[in-house]
Design a protein around this ligand. Structure first.
Ligand SMILES: [Zn+2]
Length: 417
């Protein structure tokens, strides 16, 4: 397959290159360069004329929950679903994620190896998945969605109830870390603070303590597995960084001390602004969740903007599952609204996110030998980045060399040139 005459934005932060050609072979990018130098010897190859269009790497959403069908159901309704519903609900959501231009995701609670294998074997369509399986959090903390009137530990009650492993003390921290890795988890998710949706804590309560998180970081690290921390209060962000986590998820109240720690430890911030900026809806959310969300939003813009301008490394993540699936690239616009340049936002959604996921040798940029994960769009991302949020503006998506979306194909016969 030959994609020619495009304006190439390769994901590394390099300036756009006009009139470029990319040649794919199998799953890989075989050649990238100016049209005039393209070695077009294979006359049988399929061709896409990308004149006037922009070719970008397939995007990476570093924070999703594909087993959580947000938008279709209120949080309370989700708690009443049978435990395995999430697997079926994920099938159209995986498809919608690809359609949005996202070819790699990190699922931080919900999806397990069954989904990964089903995609690899072609049973269902979806992006490449790095999954955490279940998040480790304390009894009564974020991730403990047992109702107050019953259910024993380990008894899954819903897609939501399925996302956590209750973890109290260093021994359980070690056992649950090993359990996640035994089940194929490539990242460990820990709850360093409480959260908005959990019924018995708040974002200003600590989750796991430093000793528990440090044990998890060391154990996972000995297997090359990084740790991602849900951390919303300033104190919990610092706790998680002291324990050695690779990424701070949300980080809504990040302060100067936490920013300094992030820079010193070279860790990533995944600010999930797609979820953070949504006004809480009293018709759908419990009153305790509405109150907590409103309080979090008071400092959100000031804190995250400050971290961005301080030069903290940012990887794109939406928390889709809590916010809607299928408009993942709205996060790019939010990052720009919070002070990032459009080019830096694109890098946050491509090469930086690939580095966070430890996949930068294979995905995250359009370079020779990398996986052919590509997005072709009419939108000039440097001038109209907010427009990438609409999947209708994502014309063509390649995942591992296979064209998984082509809006030209959906044009009825006889319409167009
Ligand atoms: Zn999340």
């Amino acid at each position: 397959m030959v994609i020619e005459h495009v304006t190439l934005i390769d994901g590394t932060g390099a300036a756009p290159a006009q009139m470029h050609t990319v040649i794919l072979r199998g799953r890989k990018i075989q050649w990238v360069g100016p049209d005039a130098e393209a070695p077009l010897t294979d006359t049988e190859a399929g061709r896409i004329d990308g004149r006037g269009q922009f070719l970008l790497p397939g995007f990476i959403d570093s924070h999703v929950h594909l087993a959580m069908p947000a938008g279709q159901l209120s949080g309370t309704a989700m708690l009443h679903l049978p435990p395995r519903y999430g697997y079926y609900a994920a099938i159209p959501l995986l498809r919608a994620t690809l359609d949005a231009g996202v070819t790699t995701v990190r699922d931080l609670g919900g999806i397990d190896m069954a989904t990964e294998v089903a995609i690899e074997r072609g049973l269902i369509e979806g992006p490449e998945i790095i999954f955490a399986y279940r998040a480790l959090g304390p009894t009564g903390g974020h991730g403990d969605f047992r109702t107050c009137c019953g259910f024993n530990q380990g008894e899954a009650i819903s897609p939501n109830g399925d996302i956590g492993f209750l973890t109290d003390g260093v021994d359980e921290a070690l056992r649950n870390t090993r359990e996640v890795m035994r089940l194929g988890g490539k990242v460990i998710k820990v709850m360093a603070s409480g959260g908005v949706w959990s019924p018995r804590d708040t974002p200003w309560h600590d989750g796991l303590n430093i000793a528990e998180m440090r044990a998890i970081v060391e154990e996972a690290g000995s297997h090359g597995v990084p740790v991602a921390a849900h951390a919303q209060s300033a104190r919990s962000i610092s706790n998680a960084l002291v324990a050695g986590v690779r990424s701070i998820e949300h980080g809504y109240e990040i302060d100067d001390q936490a920013i300094e720690l992030m820079l010193a430890k070279d860790s990533f911030l995944v600010p999930t602004l797609s979820t953070g900026t949504i006004p809480p809806d009293p018709a759908r959310a419990a009153s305790y969740a509405v109150e907590k969300k409103l309080r979090l939003q008071e400092k959100l813009h000031g804190c995250v903007s400050k971290a961005i301008s301080a030069g903290v490394k940012v990887a794109l993540g939406t928390d889709a599952g809590v916010c809607e699936h299928g408009t993942n690239l709205a996060e790019l616009g939010h990052l720009v609204d919070f002070g990032m340049s459009p080019m830096d936002a694109l890098v946050a959604g491509t090469l930086n996110a690939a580095k966070l996921l430890q996949l930068e040798d294979r995905v995250g940029s359009i370079e020779l030998g990398k996986d052919a994960d590509l997005v072709l769009t009419n939108v000039d991302p440097l001038n109209s980045i907010h427009a990438l949020a609409d999947p209708k503006n994502i014309d063509i998506v390649f995942a591992k060399g296979r064209m998984v979306k082509d809006i030209r194909a959906s044009v009825p016969a006889g319409v167009g040139a």
